[in-house]
Design a protein around this ligand. Structure first.
Ligand code: M6R
Length: 612
């Protein structure tokens, strides 16, 4: 989704720093980009382009003087108004002395716009953002200092925002403010940075200050900064913290696409999520992140998991795991639904948020909803230092590293791996499944490698099914969330209509859709319910439906029944989802490639969904 980068410093490298930062954020999905920089003559130069950051760079090359000690830039994912140059950020006031980039949505923008129009302000875009520079001008003209007027203007905004502001009035300082949208300051010796994602600035500094809601920061060219909480009207003293982890954007290497690269990282992802947490010598699980809440966890009698998209489906796998292994009732809710529901919520309930980015607006809102309930808030998050990681009481990091393709692959695997460890941890070792699962987790990376080694076979299957207009995914028990995730993967990158059903539901409606043009991907791996799934496959076959099955190696019978089968190595039913998901991801990838789609940046989607 939208991305923000800002620079202020002694060196005249603002434009370069901002463009480099915007490039690092490209993977998040966007439709236009723009930059505002302060020239040495203290005038503000604005450039915007539809499409790639590369287009913006091309425009900058045509400009004589791009040297800047202060600059802000933006990649926009359209919400209010089409992706046009006029709607691209930065937005500015009439005399172009103030420029603003904004992530989020200003909910009261119409009201503010009417008020500003009545005061004589004119608008040139369809965006909600454009009210901000005018509002800043209005208030700063009536205030003693720029910052006090800025504070007044920002206090009037409702909704969600991360803002970066540059002005000719204070050329040595740029500004940042946030409410419900991530923003971080990067601090260096003679420069300071602003970014919506640390990935945009870690090549310059690893010393960062995360802003909290209702905070306004002034960052200065000598690397100093001042933060004010404008809700409580008080100064905030917050030291920079060092990012120890590697936020590097990662290179494609020899891979054609990030999605392919990230699928090939899955064996290592399983290792990274489990290693050091499994103690094979003593057969125990150690989750450092949960130690501080060990006492509270003892009294938990229900867990509500909240998440969106793929993370939600990982949560559904987690539900089966935690209930079966630890015996604790679990409910999984879509974060976007949870936040508006009025349901009873006891103190014995823990809320567990799952998120790759740690910045998903709906999941953040779900956590905020229970802020005053006195309940334990846990996180399974990939992005270290992200908003969700910081707002939860405790949690377990996925350690999957940066995931750049919009379609989640290795993050799903890491989430399921971590949820398996959490289930084992919560069981206190009292489940008969405890040791077998611990043991199997160590063998999973090699099994994932063997699937990757057969990617060519999956590619052949993808070519056979690439022209399908519809696809059904079915599975039972642990196979059911896998079916849901498989259908999501196929639709989001190949744009083929795909639906998932619990196999037992076929007779209750979906069977009506089946004919020779409506293929089914059936998860028919080893499980106590396999025979029942086979019956469902028979029913589909009887209606002339083509069936592509994911089965367990050694099951020769299934080959005779279905049109096509792909075999995964034998594994426990509880650990199979990781292997099944890998096959589904590869299948979706090859179908999308065969149909000529941009797998890393599918249409209409963004990597990090920071608006509701
Ligand atoms: O960053 P999050 O895990 O919170 O994101 C949630 C969803 O937006 C995300 O999983 C989305 O569904 C992916 N594109 C799926 O591949």
């Amino acid at each position: 989704m939208c991305g923000i980068v800002g620079y202020v410093g002694q060196k005249q490298v603002g434009s370069e720093v901002v463009i480099e930062g915007l490039r690092a954020l490209e993977y998040r999905g966007y439709d236009s980009a723009g930059i505002a920089f302060l020239r040495s003559d203290k005038t503000l130069c604005l450039e915007k382009a539809v499409g790639r950051v590369q287009n913006l760079e091309g425009q900058l090359e045509q400009i004589d003087d791009t040297k800047a000690t202060a600059a802000i830039g933006h990649t926009r994912w359209a919400t209010h108004g089409a992706p046009t140059v006029g709607n691209a950020h930065p937005h500015y006031n009439a005399d172009r002395s103030i420029a603003v980039t904004h992530n989020g949505i200003i909910e009261n923008y119409l009201e503010l716009k009417q008020e500003l129009e009545a005061a004589g302000y004119e608008f040139v875009s369809e965006t909600d953002t454009e009210v901000i520079p005018h509002l800043i001008e209005f208030h700063t003209n009536r205030s003693k200092t720029f910052i006090s007027g800025l504070e007044k203007a920002i206090s009037r905004l409702r909704g969600a925002y991360a803002l970066a502001i540059v002005t000719t009035k204070t050329p040595d300082t740029i500004y940042a403010a946030r409410l419900s949208s991530p923003l971080v300051l990067g601090i260096a010796k003679s420069a300071a940075y602003i970014a919506s994602d640390p990935m945009a600035i870690t090549s310059h500094t690893k010393d960062v200050v995360y802003l909290n809601d209702y905070e306004l920061a002034a960052v200065h060219k000598d690397g100093s900064y001042d933060i004010r909480d404008y809700k409580r009207a008080q100064t905030v003293n917050r030291k920079a913290e060092r990012l120890e982890h590697n936020h590097a954007s990662g290179e494609l290497g020899n891979y054609e696409h990030f999605m392919l690269k990230e699928m090939h990282e899955i064996p290592d992802t399983i290792r990274a999520a489990t290693q050091g947490r499994i103690r094979p010598d003593s057969n125990t699980v150690k989750l450092g992140g949960l130690e501080s809440v060990a006492d509270q966890l003892r009294f938990i009698d229900r867990i509500v998991i909240v998440a969106c998209g793929t993370s939600y489906y990982a949560g559904l796998v987690g539900e089966y795991l935690i209930e079966e292994i630890a015996g604790i009732p679990v409910e999984v809710q879509l974060a976007s639904e949870f936040k508006y529901r009025n349901e009873p919520f006891s103190r014995g309930t823990a809320l567990l948020a799952i998120s790759q980015s740690g910045e998903t607006a709906d999941t953040i809102a779900a956590l905020k909803k229970v802020e005053n309930y006195g309940v334990l808030r846990l996180g399974v998050v990939n992005a270290v230092g992200s908003t969700i990681a910081r707002m939860t009481d405790s949690g377990v990091y996925c350690h999957a590293g940066p995931e750049q393709a919009v379609a989640s692959t290795k993050a799903f695997v890491a989430q399921v791996s971590v949820l398996t460890l959490i289930a084992l941890h919560l069981s206190g070792g009292n489940s008969p499944l405890y040791k077998p699962i611990l043991h199997e987790l160590e063998h999973l990376p090699a099994k994932a490698e063997s699937i990757l080694a057969q990617a060519k076979d999956i590619e052949k299957l993808a070519h056979k099914y690439k022209d399908a207009r519809d696809f059904l995914f079915i599975g039972r028990n642990y196979g059911y969330p896998c079916a849901l995730e498989g259908a999501l993967k196929l639709k989001e990158i190949s744009y083929i209509h795909a639906e998932a059903y619990a196999a037992g539901e076929m007779k209750h409606g979906p069977l009506a859709m089946i004919d020779e043009n409506f293929p089914t991907l059936a998860i028919a791996t080893d499980s106590p319910l396999l025979e029942k799934t086979i019956s469902n496959i028979q029913e589909i076959k009887a209606r002339k439906g083509l069936v592509l099955a994911i089965a367990t190696e050694g099951n020769k019978d299934i080959k005779r029944l279905v049109s096509d089968a792909f075999y995964i190595p034998g594994s426990l039913e509880q650990t199979q989802p990781i292997l099944i998901a890998l096959v589904e991801m590869l299948f979706a990838y090859y179908v999308a490639i065969a149909n000529g789609h941009n797998v890393d940046r599918p249409r209409n989607l963004a990597k990090s969904v920071t608006v509701e």
